[in-house]
Design a protein around this ligand. Structure first.
Ligand code: ZN
Length: 341
């Protein structure tokens, strides 16, 4: 089968012919139909410090996908050949304290699809059945391929009560934009999304009806006054990993406000902890999804009318992968889909 493989310690990926995965008795073999490119995949393409320290070559990468059940392992029940499916990319263990307590998303032995084991940028992928999610008819194929990053947004955004609250989202990458859309959908009063890239703010306006601000050009305090915010934002969703954005968010929060931190800084950053303490802020770091509860909530949000389709800005056939990665590196795209049909 065809697969996009990191074959050697260098920038880029190669389209290779590789063996079909051998199916274990608890696995499902999925015929991949649509995949999406994640920031993680871009790190691996660019072969930065994180990627070169993490990825063991050869590795088929990619973890955001949907497809059709092609073959079932001997022990697998509750699925049929032909089912439309996606999958949770974090494969958790069973032995740690957290896993045994049912807190699967906190299992330190988690293995990541497309990072630690062969991924979805291929014609077929094998996934343990416990990680496979059936897609309802209400979820189109391309949305099915981005439920994994959408789940990050769902986890970060629904960590705090948002009904009637004023929400600041810093960082308008796809997860930031989807988070702003979720906050608005579930009943936040004001949602302000900030980014220093105007293209991203323009894309946000196509996905959801939220206020936007470029902090290099406009004053946040003036915007807050204009929005009628006297004491600050109740909830902060930090999606940029930028030192300046984090600092600005800390300054703009209400006393006792809640912050989800999801954006990954590229290096160690300076952080004014005393500001957080004197404001009695509640900071929550977000990693991945709360696995199946997040998938349930995310699909329910889409079922209840949340429309994130415009976050997908470009579609390519998998053979044009180089063009797709170049586009993403240019910063001019939202979610980019690779079609494997
Ligand atoms: Zn991802």
């Amino acid at each position: 089968m065809k697969a996009l493989v990191k074959t050697e310690s260098a920038v880029g990926l190669k389209l290779e012919d590789v063996e079909l995965p051998t199916l274990g008795s608890d696995d499902i073999l999925i015929k991949v139909q649509k995949t999406a490119i994640c920031g993680t995949d871009l790190h691996i393409w660019n072969w930065d410090t994180w990627a070169s320290n993490t990825i063991k070559t050869p590795m088929t990468i990619g973890h955001e996908f949907m497809g059709e059940v092609h073959e079932l392992g001997a022990n697998v029940q509750n699925f049929d050949v032909g089912d439309r499916v996606s999958a949770e990319s974090h494969i958790t263990g069973l032995n740690s304290r957290n896993a045994k307590a049912g807190k699967l998303h906190l299992d330190p032995d988690t293995v990541n699809i497309g990072v630690d084991r062969d991924g979805a940028f291929a014609e077929f992928i094998k996934v343990p059945a416990k990680n496979v999610i059936k897609l309802p008819d209400s979820i189109p194929d391309e949305i099915g391929a981005i439920l994994d990053p959408f789940g990050n947004a769902v986890h970060a955004t629904l960590s705090f009560d948002l009904v009637g609250e004023d929400v600041l989202v810093t960082g308008a990458g796809p997860i930031g934009i989807m988070s702003a859309a979720i906050a608005k959908h579930v009943g936040a009063r004001n949602v302000l999304l900030t980014d220093i890239n105007d293209n991203r703010l323009k894309l946000a306006k196509k996905v959801c009806d939220v206020e936007t601000l470029n902090p290099l050009k406009e004053d946040l305090k003036a915007k807050m006054t204009e929005m009628g915010l006297k004491e600050g934002f109740d909830v902060g969703l930090e999606m940029s990993g930028s030192e300046q954005a984090i600092d600005q968010m800390m300054g703009a929060m209400i006393m006792g406000g809640n912050i989800s931190l999801l954006g990954l800084p590229s290096d160690k950053i300076k952080f004014d902890l005393s500001k957080a303490i004197f404001k009695a802020l509640n900071l929550k770091a977000i990693y991945g999804r709360e696995i199946f509860e997040t998938w349930y909530k995310g699909m329910a949000l889409i079922d209840s009318g949340l429309n994130i389709e415009n976050i997908i800005t470009h579609k390519f056939h998998y053979s044009d992968f180089a063009e797709a990665f170049d586009l993403l590196n240019s910063g001019k795209a939202g979610k980019v889909i690779l079609d494997w049909n």
